[in-house]
Write a protein that binds this ligand. Structure first.
Ligand code: A3P
Ligand code: MG
Ligand code: MG
Length: 366
């Protein structure tokens, strides 16, 4: 069984946006400084304005970097879903369960001509579960920075800048509980990207109900008492300072990923740390997620359109849930520059490693 979904022509996704649901967090989990899993919000960070002038490369030599070469499948997300279902006594009602990152790739596909992806999918109890294909992820990573020679700092240092900015802009507790000394010494904190807070939300695009798990960088104030109320999440990004029209266009292009990523989890605010070409933090720009579509759309020659991303995702997901209609493991791929997304079966039976035994054992009992 194999099928193709045509991305082109993208004109057919134009027009008013298909219905979307506001994402609501119904569970969360944390990884601690050793990347160990906890069913709580212990790794939640609080936004607090960073000091400008900081050198984002400082501390690169002591970076506590998460080794992401292993394959974690959907394990932590499924653990969190099990705990939630134990609490409520019933199955979540999603048609699709995946990491936010997979949905970001799908929604951006009409406008990301050069990005390929590979995912594994399986149908279980009427719900589609999608994971990233780890081999493909590692192979793409190995190719990064190969080919054309580049100027400037090494790629690993530039990736460190993003985590350094997170350390400079957050506190482990709300600010009234944090000492002045800690706030002023954040420049000397050891940067560790093993810790993460992940939000698990229920959301919807077109007719598909999604359960997504994804990392949230920080919160502006604190979580509202009432479950399901909007949360003042903050997404942190770094980007080169904007000096001319070309920089501005490149930034507007980047805003697509910022927007999709934040839109999917209901993150209302993005703080962009603007840096010099050699990694000195010079400014912080606050962007409201919901204003991004019109900021980009009002440019003379916009490179992407938010409604088209939503409409594409709505139509694609409806097609996908009809196509992956029977047991086994399926592959969902888009080759770089290809105008189609290909879906085919790679294993006739079972669920590969997409579903943990823990999850299947739980669901059999439920
Ligand atoms: P910036 O994007 O701010 O530079 P996120 O923004 O999703 O919270 O990710 C935090 C940081 O992780 C990024 O910071 C970047 O440094 C690094 N990062 C995220 N995705 C990456 C990828 N695909 N490859 C390499 N580094 C990545
Ligand atoms: Mg993040
Ligand atoms: Mg971020």
């Amino acid at each position: 069984m194999s099928a193709k979904f045509s991305i082109q022509p993208i004109g057919r996704f134009a027009g008013g946006s298909q219905p979307v649901r506001r994402p609501k967090e119904f569970a969360c989990f944390s990884y601690d400084d050793n990347h160990e899993f906890h069913l709580d919000d212990s790794s939640l960070k609080y936004y607090y304005t960073p000091q400008l002038g900081a050198d984002l490369s400082k501390g690169f030599d002591t970076f506590q970097k998460q080794d992401d070469s292993g394959d974690d499948h959907l394990d932590s997300l499924l653990k969190t879903i099990i705990a939630h279902e134990k609490e409520t006594g019933k199955k979540i009602d999603a048609n699709l369960v995946t990491w936010r990152g997979m949905m970001t790739k799908i929604m951006g596909a009409p406008f990301e001509r050069f990005d390929g992806f590979e995912m594994n999918a399986t149908l279980y109890q009427g719900c589609l579960f999608i994971e990233e294909n780890n081999q493909y992820k590692m192979a793409s990573k190995a190719k990064e920075g190969q080919g054309k020679p580049r100027r400037g700092p090494p790629l690993e240092v530039m990736q460190f800048w993003g985590y350094k900015f997170e350390t400079l802009s957050t506190l482990p507790a709300p600010w009234p509980d944090t000492s002045r000394e800690f706030i002023e010494n954040r420049e000397n904190e050891i940067v560790n990207n093993k810790a993460q807070y992940c939000s698990v939300v229920r959301t919807g695009v077109g007719k598909t109900i999604l359960c997504l798990g994804g990392e949230v960088d920080a919160i502006w104030d604190s979580k509202p008492a009432e479950k399901g109320s909007p949360i003042n999440w903050v997404e942190l990004k770094t980007s080169a300072e904007i000096r001319n029209q070309g920089d501005m266009e490149a930034f507007h292009r980047k805003l697509m990923k910022y927007w999709i990523q934040s839109f999917l989890l209901g993150v209302p605010k993005i703080m962009v740390g603007l840096r010099t070409r050699d990694g000195i933090l010079v400014d912080v720009k606050e962007i409201e997620t919901q204003k991004i579509p019109e900021i980009v759309g009002s440019q003379p020659n916009p490179k992407w359109n938010a409604d088209m991303c939503v409409n594409f995702a709505a139509v694609f997901l409806e097609w996908l849930t009809k196509t992956v209609n029977d047991e086994g493991v399926w592959r969902i791929t888009r080759q770089p520059q290809s105008s189609t997304i290909d879906v085919f079966k790679v294993e006739e039976t079972g669920h590969g490693n997409i579903l943990s035994d823990e999850f299947k054992d739980w669901r059999i009992k439920l």
